[in-house]
Design a protein around this ligand. Structure first.
Ligand code: 13P
Length: 248
């Protein structure tokens, strides 16, 4: 399966950051994987114009479940598509925590994304406490069942497993822990989507760097990465993208 490497800029990036995208465009022409950059809303239109004739596509970091209406400050999936986005990250733990997003809301956003023709990157992952209590598999399974709506398929959805305790901390689960969760996600997707569940890309996210990417990409059922901090500079992100080429 062709790997998907997505960069989540979170609330970072000004017009001057488009220079990084220009460098990335130059550095990734020969990449063997699919590359997505998810800048803040304010840069979606400009960056997608800039990347028109490249192998990099643009994604967003959230959308509202409705198409339009009296929702001050929100942005719909249709607006994102109109601005040039092709992907949208949904259910990121930072939104689940700071915006109290529950699985049902995430699922309704995924439906909206699909309606707008966007591919959803649906995030799941346990906290440190949940892992220490031996509940990681259970928590991730519950999030997955609740956040993936009917109509999802390998062509309109990827899953990102992002243990909350590994995000921005420099901590990474062991290879065995990644393998265990990714294989349980694969099993759940097959139960849910039948044969097509085998083709859904399952990304790992949480402190992915150029130095650990090749090892992570070699794990069974790891079909790419969702990268935060190391996606902010073209040099770091290109290092992760080139690690895909090191995996057979
Ligand atoms: P870091 O790569 O900075 O740990 O962030 C991961 C993440 O949250 C991507 O969505």
């Amino acid at each position: 399966m062709r790997k998907l490497i997505a960069g989540n800029w979170k609330m970072n990036g000004l017009a001057s950051s488009l220079a990084e995208i220009a460098v990335l465009k130059g550095a990734t022409g020969m990449a063997t994987c699919e590359i997505v950059v998810c800048p803040p809303f304010t840069l979606i239109e400009k960056s997608s114009q800039q990347l028109k004739d490249s192998n990099i596509t643009i994604g967003a970091q959230d959308c509202h479940p409705q198409t339009s209406g009296a929702y001050t400050g929100d942005v719909s999936a249709e607006m994102l598509a109109d601005a040039g986005a092709r992907y949208v990250i949904l259910g990121h733990s930072e939104r689940r925590v700071s915006h109290h997003e529950a699985d049902a809301l995430v699922a309704s956003k995924v439906v909206a994304a699909h309606k707008a023709g966007l591919t959803a990157i649906v995030c799941v992952g346990e906290t440190r406490g949940e892992r220490d209590d031996g509940r990681a598999l259970h928590v991730v399974g519950t999030q997955l069942r609740g956040s993936v709506p009917a109509g999802s398929s390998s062509s309109n959805m990827a899953i990102a497993y992002e243990p909350v305790w590994a995000i921005g901390t420099g901590l990474v689960p062991t290879i065995e822990q990644i393998e265990e969760i990714h294989s349980s996600i694969r099993k759940a997707l097959e139960e849910r989507l039948g044969e097509d569940g085998r083709n859904v890309r399952i990304l790992y996210g949480g402190s992915v760097k150029a130095a650990n990417a090749a090892e992570i990409f070699a794990v069974a059922n790891v079909d790419g990465a969702l990268v935060g901090g190391a996606s902010l500079t073209a040099a770091d992100f290109a290092g992760i993208i080139s690690a895909v080429g090191q995996v057979g």
